[in-house]
Design a protein. Sequence first.
Lengths: 397, 386
Amino acid sequence: MNKRNKNIKDIAKPNQLLSRFNPRGFGALKFLLEKEFKQILRNKFLIRVIIFLPLIALSLLPMVANFEIKNNNLAVIDNDHSPSSSLFIRKIVSSGHFHLVSVRQNYNDALNDIEQDRADVILEIPAFFEKDLMTTYSAQVNVTANAVNAVKGALGSGYLMQIIHNFSNDLRSRFMAGNSKIQTPAFEIVPRYDFNPYLEYKFSMIPAIIMMILGMISGFLPALNIVGEKEKGTIEQMNVTPVGRFPVILSKLIPYWIIGFIVLTICFIVVWIIYDMVSVGGYLEIYLFATVFVLAFSGLGLIISNYANTIQQAMYLMFFFVINFIFLSGLYTPISSTPEWVQSMSLFSPLRYMIEALRSIYLKGSHFGDLWTKFAALVGFAVFFNLWAILSYRKKA
Amino acid sequence: MNSTNKNEHTHPTPTNGQWKTFGSFVQKEFYHITRDQTTLALLLILPVLLMILFGFSINTEVKNSQIAIYDPSNDVATRGIIEKIKASDYFTVVRMLNNPAEIEKQFLKDDLKMVVIFSDHFYENMQRTGKAQIELLTDGTDPNSAMTVVSYASNIIGLYQQDLFKIQQIPFEITPSVKLMYNPELKGPYFFVPGILGMILMIICSMMTSISIAREKEFGTMEVLLVSPFKPMSIILSKTIPYFVISLVNLATMLLLSVFMLKVPIAGSLFWLVTFSILFIFLSLSLGLLVSSIANSQLQALLFSGMVLVIPVVMLSGMIFPIENMPAFFQWFSKLIPATWYISGVKKIMIKGLGFTSILPELGVLISMTILLIGISWKTFKYRLE
């Protein structure tokens, strides 16, 4: 191999063009880059993907990817039919957390509403509710919540309990107002949601979706590019040149790095136009993180392209990694609520650091100083993946 | 070949010989699959992988959430409430703040979920004016976990209040008795298992069948099969049998994983769950046949089944994202997706433990969809290749 390279060099020496640079060094990079850009610009499909993927994903996904829990459908069984019980029901409906869908005569009918997904929560007011309340000063109500969707079940029953609690407080202050002997200790609990006061789900999804798009484009494209060259056989032509593997890898990396920036910018513009959302923190910091993140994902794409022989294999492999990274990134649910071992696994997902960083900068306005550990982790991934990509690149077919 | 067996059978078709040919076609298909070890591994490992990923990484429980406390009062009541919060498994107090200016800064830096802020002279105000206040400041960038954390914290603080009332004999207390149906421990996988079943069966049956038929077209071996005296429709049917078997294996794997690994029990009848799933497998296979009659190359089949079958199932079937949150158009669209009905049926039988009669609507829709799809793929099936 070495001997052959030497021979090629010897032959190339008299050539004026090649003698101007060391073919194994970076002089060749300029020409390789020119080739890559020409290929990319010629590929209409690629350009369409770069422009339309962010547009479509960002306009459709936030509408669908919505875990928001706003309307709990309520079924009521009022066995008391007293002024107090109807006041109680009105109080619940006016809280805005519940949507009264049915009033049933017995528990089985209401249960059927839950079974057929018409209702999420059942409230059963027992007979003599008002009488108990007035004579024994205490009463009981039954709450049944559908907990197949655990979040919805927990929140629905939680809200109902809070309203019941507030209702008792109201009654107390109304009936005890004249009685100065009994002083009721009371305090109120005020929830406040920082950064996103109306708890709009799309605010938390959009930064994550942007990073998914960026990760997919900067990971899949270089992998498909190299494997595509392998399938067509044109990679052979590259391999017989005296150009070293370092410039070859760089020439594959740099164009997708630039594409990453373009995609990110398109994403920000789309989000600004459609959702009127701009970053709370600095864009400079976001781009700084994105620089390293794109490098890391492109490096992963290159590693895969070194091992895969067909486009199908590369797709499956990349799909495998991307789906693992996404699930371990805290995109859907907070990492802190997963089991220990999943939490330690998630440390190996570059997407986790990037999504956390982008959410913090974009939504909260965090600064680089707050997030430097995440930056360091991303740099680690970028170095590791790209070193591996360069070392595993073989010029032999 | 047929004539030798004709006398032994009274009915004309299918004869023993045709069955034999059919058997060897099926055998050929099994050889194809077992030889391509990457794909076989994908077929068998994908369900396990997805089960683990969904089961463990999508978890909505509040556990050890990091919180900070700002307590300017530091009196009997606030200390009592803080003790209650510290005693619960849900929260870990990582920091006591001394200065209100620190509150916002902590959110920027840490993985802090909530700051509990007491008002001044808490105990005094609580006893006299009733104007004492506890502010629960949460990080709204993750809405659901913010709401869940607030609701857990409110309940814990409510417990403190109840204790207080018990001592002081406070009247007009309405106590709710809460029952959480189907999933009393509020585990995440209860919601996802039916969805994963639907997605995997759809991927294996539709995507893999259509790709395998498209591969024969691409390699030109379809031509060889079609010129054989065997009926073309039977050739296609023989291709679906191995995938049917693999789907059954996957169904068994996923149910076992769900029961023993994720601890999601099968609350209703196993018989009806399996029967209902087999109906869905038939439906997915007929979808796969339909795709294969449109696609001519593997890449086309892959893209088509990916875009038209898998993405809608993942996004719109209610598998991950609740359908009731979607805009009206998508809600309407989701009704056209077979997996939506399958997932809803599985939820009823497997999670809610309801009887056969409760899934009659789902069953009806799926049966008519299957008949329709088989009809269409029968009509569009091409006996000749261009």
